[in-house]
Design a protein. Sequence first.
Length: 208
Amino acid sequence: MVKAWLIRPFPHDIDRLANFKSDNIIAIGWPEISSLKGKDKNEIKELLRNHPLNYSPSQLGAALATVNIFVNEIAKGDLVVIPYEDDIYFIKVISDYFFEPTKVNDGYPHQRKVEWLKGPISRNSLPDDLRNSLRAPRTAANLSLHLNAIKHIAEDHDGSEQPPVSSFMEISYPLRMDLNCMIKIPADITKEEAERLGNFVKTLYFNN
């Protein structure tokens, strides 16, 4: 099953968006750690525990989440959102994780090959819930909750165009002198649908 992810283009705290684009990759830092191919989450945790930065427990947890996502959770075919200032890029992962030793000194040896699908588009053109999720400060995060919206934009649609969503309206009905009932119905409800809804409401009588 395809998933969606957030990856920030700052491995080892260095802006690498231009390298990501020219080399068709995404990458994370941790150049002090050699290849993580085949390493599970527990093995990665032990390697990070001995990191020169001497992580606190909370820092270790955040680092582990990012590295494990990149190495073990992202898969070929997954979609990735890359936020960069006011711009957003959408890409598809096309390789497994690999270690590129020539980039150790540059600070981004842990890599995956990608295909660039869409971007840059304006951050403000994204749906509100997706845009809010991109505020998470983490280097990597799971965005699969927004997979449909991400797929819709990545498939060469305008970011401002939203997937079709039914429009609803709320109707207030004075059931009693001191009580109004609220009912939410589709704005394009048909006569047949209204009749079926009315018949259903008739079944809601309960004996005291």
